[in-house]
Ligand binder design. Structure first.
Ligand SMILES: Nc1ncnc2c1ncn2[C@@H]1O[C@H](COP(=O)(O)OP(=O)(O)OP(=O)(O)O)[C@@H](O)[C@H]1O
Ligand SMILES: [Mg+2]
Length: 337
């Protein structure tokens, strides 16, 4: 007998910007999320006392007697903004940074918190991994193996799933998982063409939200963390801008979209093994960077102008763009039970 109150599996989106878990309780999918970031400040009694008073979660870290305070996850962004400092990030461009061994520990702590109360021995966890960039054989083994190891240390049973394919699993049940899933994330844009749930072609483009933030930061002189907060609060896509930051963001948004459209065209022009689909398939857009108002229209316009070779039935947004990868990973896990 299954215990209906225990999730039968977890879908885990290990994103450069955010970590998201999806679990199933009865028939409901539930999501939890944490920023994949942290801030470190030197320890002092007063700082610790203030954090406590403000209710900001923190960890005291001691390294050979040098004490520091770490503020991980969701609160790190507001805290960094207050301190006028950048957040530190365990991952960059879709993968763990192998130069910084402490980052794996940070990631483990975030995953541990997000799965608290859900974990049990051998619980299947499907976790998202990016595709290699177009034309480059990037080595994703280190990243994939490290996440698997973290999950095993947490007593779970890990399986990797391509991020673009996860988007297809989340959104394209109605075409039997045939179509193109795209996730516009923080570190990468991930693309996958799936035919009947089989990934036929996938690639990533290393220009996404972080690239937009850091490029805008070099132009305006503001910290990336600040730009990101403003972008998420008030940016939208159209031709009329009253302020400089929105105009700059628009320029880099266009650059990201054009890079993805060029990648799509290239990948499909050079691929020999694309099955004849029979009929037009949908393309679905997800991820945080696809959220601004007007994004879908702009993307479709630039895609149409590029004479994209594959017939599409529609270009649509994912129902919940920030949860799609985690949901798709969970759908994949449930299908294998
Ligand atoms: N409402 C919003 N408007 C604009 N941008 C947003 C919004 N919400 C989030 N973002 C941006 O989306 C990006 C994060 O997206 P997402 O959470 O899908 O990435 P990720 O999965 O963590 O990264 P990746 O898949 O590249 O590893 C960030 O650049 C963030 O600033
Ligand atoms: Mg992502």
């Amino acid at each position: 007998m299954k215990h209906s109150h225990n999730t039968p599996a977890i879908g885990l989106d290990v994103g450069t910007s955010r970590i998201v878990t999806a679990s199933r309780h009865e028939e409901d999918f539930q999501y939890r999320t944490q920023l994949n970031a942290f801030v470190t400040v030197p320890w002092s009694k007063m700082t610790e006392a203030s954090l406590k008073r403000e209710g900001v979660p923190y960890v005291v870290h001691s390294d050979n007697g040098d004490k520091s305070i770490i503020v991980p996850g969701n609160e790190s962004s507001r805290f960094a903004d207050l301190l006028q400092t950048e957040t530190r990030r365990p991952m960059t461009r879709g993968v763990l940074n192998p130069q910084e061994p402490a980052n794996a520990a940070m990631l483990k702590q975030l995953i541990e918190n997000l799965t608290a109360g859900e974990r049990r021995s051998g619980l299947p966890v499907y976790y998202s991994v990016p595709a290699a960039p177009l034309g480059a054989e990037e080595n994703l083994t280190y990243h994939e193996a490290t996440i698997a190891q973290i999950l095993r240390e947490l007593d779970c049973s890990p399986t990797p799933i391509n991020e673009g394919l996860a988007v297809v699993f989340s959104e394209l049940e109605d075409t039997n998982y045939s179509g193109i899933g795209i996730s516009f994330g923080g570190g990468l844009v991930n693309v996958c063409l799936s035919y009947l749930a089989v990934p036929v072609l996938s690639f990533s483009v290393p220009k996404a939200g972080d690239y937009i933030d850091s490029s805008a930061s070099t132009i305006t002189g503001e910290l990336s963390t600040r730009i990101r907060l403003e972008k998420e609060e008030s940016f939208y896509i159209n031709g009329h801008f009253s302020d400089k930051l929105h105009q700059v963001l628009n320029v880099y948004y266009d650059e990201m979209i054009r890079a993805v459209v060029a990648g799509l065209k290239d990948a499909f022009a050079n691929a020999r093994n694309i099955p004849k689909m029979g009929k037009p398939v949908p393309m679905v857009l997800s991820g945080g960077s696809a959220m601004p108002r007007g994004f879908r229209d702009r993307f479709e316009k630039l895609l149409k102008e590029s004479d994209f070779p594959l017939p599409l039935s529609e270009v649509r947004m994912a129902k919940s763009p920030l949860d799609a990868t985690a949901k798709g990973a969970l759908v994949a896990a449930l299908a294998e039970l």
